[in-house]
Design a protein around this ligand. Structure first.
Ligand code: KG4
Ligand code: ZN
Length: 336
């Protein structure tokens, strides 16, 4: 089954063609980073307006690169929740219009479900039950999946998301936006043990808390003596985040006796996180799968990949499908 995916939930306008939830035929991502960088973060109204300009050319480009026309598309999958509401509405309106005009079934996809299913585009052999760590600009969740479409949230963040901590620390250090990839690169030349930042515990739960770490890093950066290298601060901060993410994820796997871990979301692109996860997995005999960086950050191939599984389980959206700024995983939102 060939799916056209559409994703506009934040600052990437993206469309993709994916076969059977596993083979990417095309994946076009028009990033707005340059437009928002000067504001130090995404400006929602500016993002919506840019999506409006880009959405149809991006969809056309995805079809052209796939050497395909609409009559060759079996289903359209669009992310309709959660995200910036104006931005989501642009993608949803485009998807509904194309679906109606070309008489193609439509499926609404949850953004986090799409991130998880980016792992199924890697060609890896993935076995259920599994634990997925989803870490992005807005979320830090540990999810247990007994099977496709079955989600039990085992942990979430009590304050900042991991990506938000990367972005805010980078901003405080004057490093630019988005902070994750910049800190990842700088940290490669730093000593992760030079400065010890706090690792927060939330009672005996697996929940995360990154706001104390963020404050500690910002205070440190502001009072930084001239001898301290920004690479060491970046490496120390990143190590604190990675330690907590790895520790909680493997504890979740141990508690549920799971032998497969997935990581997903923009922060899953982090090189230190990917290698720490993989080496712990090798030691413990737990398979760890992670998408390549371009499939970790927002893209429409993940939307198309997830849509295949949503459609296969019998869900499809009506033209009254709505968009939702915030919405937990696991609730169907296809419209009437
Ligand atoms: O999933 P995503 O593209 O958008 C959201 O759904 O939020 O994630 C974006 C987040 C940003 O906070 C960005 O700084 C972070 O992912 N990120 C990274 C890396 N690449 C992107 N964080 C750490 N290391 C990276 N290499
Ligand atoms: Zn995302």
């Amino acid at each position: 089954m060939r799916v056209l995916g559409i994703e506009t939930s934040c600052d990437e306008t993206s469309a993709a063609v994916v076969d059977n939830g596993s083979q990417i035929v095309s994946n076009v991502i028009a990033s707005q980073i340059d437009i928002h960088a000067k504001y130090g973060g995404v400006v929602p109204e500016v993002a919506s307006r840019r999506h409006l300009e880009l959405i149809l050319p991006v969809v056309q480009e995805a079809l052209d690169r796939a050497d395909c026309v609409l009559s060759g598309i079996d289903c359209i999958g669009v992310i309709n929740r959660p995200g910036l509401i104006g931005a989501l509405i642009v993608g949803a309106a485009a998807a509904k219009t194309i679906a109606y005009g070309a008489n193609i079934p439509l499926v609404a996809v949850h953004h986090l479900e799409a991130h998880i299913y980016a792992n199924f585009l890697t060609g890896a052999d993935i076995e259920f039950p599994l634990i997925c760590l989803i870490v992005s600009g807005g979320h830090s969740d540990i999810v247990h999946m007994a099977d496709h479409g079955s989600y039990r949230i085992m942990a979430r963040t009590r304050d900042d998301a991991a990506g938000e901590a990367f972005d805010k620390c980078a901003r405080a250090m004057g490093l630019g936006y988005p902070g994750g990839p910049i800190i990842d690169k700088l940290a490669r030349d730093g000593d992760p043990g030079a400065i010890h930042f706090p690792r927060a515990k939330v009672g005996d739960t697996l929940d995360f808390s990154f706001s104390g770490l963020k404050t500690a890093v910002i205070r440190y950066a502001q009072s930084m003596d001239a001898k301290m290298r920004v690479e060491d601060i970046a490496a120390g901060f990143q190590q604190a985040v990675v330690d907590v993410l790895v520790d909680h994820t493997f504890r979740a796997a141990e508690q549920t006796n799971v032998k497969q871990i997935l990581i997903a979301g923009g922060v899953a692109a982090n090189s230190a996180l990917q290698s720490a996860m993989k080496s712990r997995g090798e030691r413990l005999g737990i398979a760890v799968t992670a998408p390549p960086p371009v499939l970790c950050t927002d893209n429409a191939a993940m939307a198309a990949g997830a849509a295949y599984y949503v459609y296969e389980r019998g869900e499809s959206a009506g033209l009254d499908m709505d968009c939702f700024a915030s919405e937990p995983l696991g609730i169907s939102r296809q419209g009437a």
